[in-house]
Write a protein that binds this ligand. Structure first.
Ligand code: ZN
Length: 178
């Protein structure tokens, strides 16, 4: 996917976007060199350091972007994201708040219990996660907005609700049950 530098979010997973944002705020990236529109960065991860190489065309298109980390779950990794923020910041055109609800790469919701690309740390967090407790912190409107957003990405919940609705409709037609 070819995207313009300020719109890199279109090719970044939401979770990765926010992690990259945190990396930027923690100043984990260091520009090693920059010439002929090619930027080389060293970005400090949780354990290792990775090298990010980015080439941006005159018209802002990201021509080439790579990182030496093992991430391969679709779109750019958090190290590249931290570097993009740094480039934009140095050019005096970074408005972080514009990325707060930015459009991101479509999430995959595989049926597998642990989505591909999740780290061991994420999996440990997942086991501690109490979904009912978390859901109780939302208002009905917030929950509905979340569900509708999810249904736009994945038909499964929509079809499940539709099925439930159809069953209820059928039940209402049966006099013996009313
Ligand atoms: Zn990376």
């Amino acid at each position: 996917m070819k995207v313009k530098l300020p719109r890199f979010n279109k090719n970044t997973r939401q979770l990765v976007l926010y992690r990259g944002m945190r990396y930027f705020e923690e100043e984990r990236m260091k520009e090693i060199s920059s010439h002929d529109h090619t930027h080389v960065y060293e970005v400090k991860g949780e354990v290792n350091k990775y090298e990010v190489v980015i080439n941006v065309a005159e018209d802002d298109t990201i021509v080439f972007s790579s990182c030496t980390c093992p991430y391969e779950d679709g779109g750019y990794c958090k190290h590249q994201v931290a570097a993009y923020f740094d480039i934009l910041n140095k050019q005096g055109r970074l408005h972080l708040d514009e990325y707060k609800d930015a459009l991101t790469l479509k999430e995959k919701h595989p049926a597998k219990p642990v989505p591909q690309g999740w780290s061991k740390e994420d999996y440990i967090e997942l086991q501690k996660f109490n979904v009912s407790n978390y859901m109780s912190t939302f208002t009905k409107e917030e929950l509905m907005a979340l569900m509708v957003a999810y249904m736009k990405q994945d038909m499964k919940l929509f079809m499940y609700l539709f099925h439930h609705y159809m069953v209820e409709e059928e039940k209402n037609k049966i006099k013996g049950l009313n």
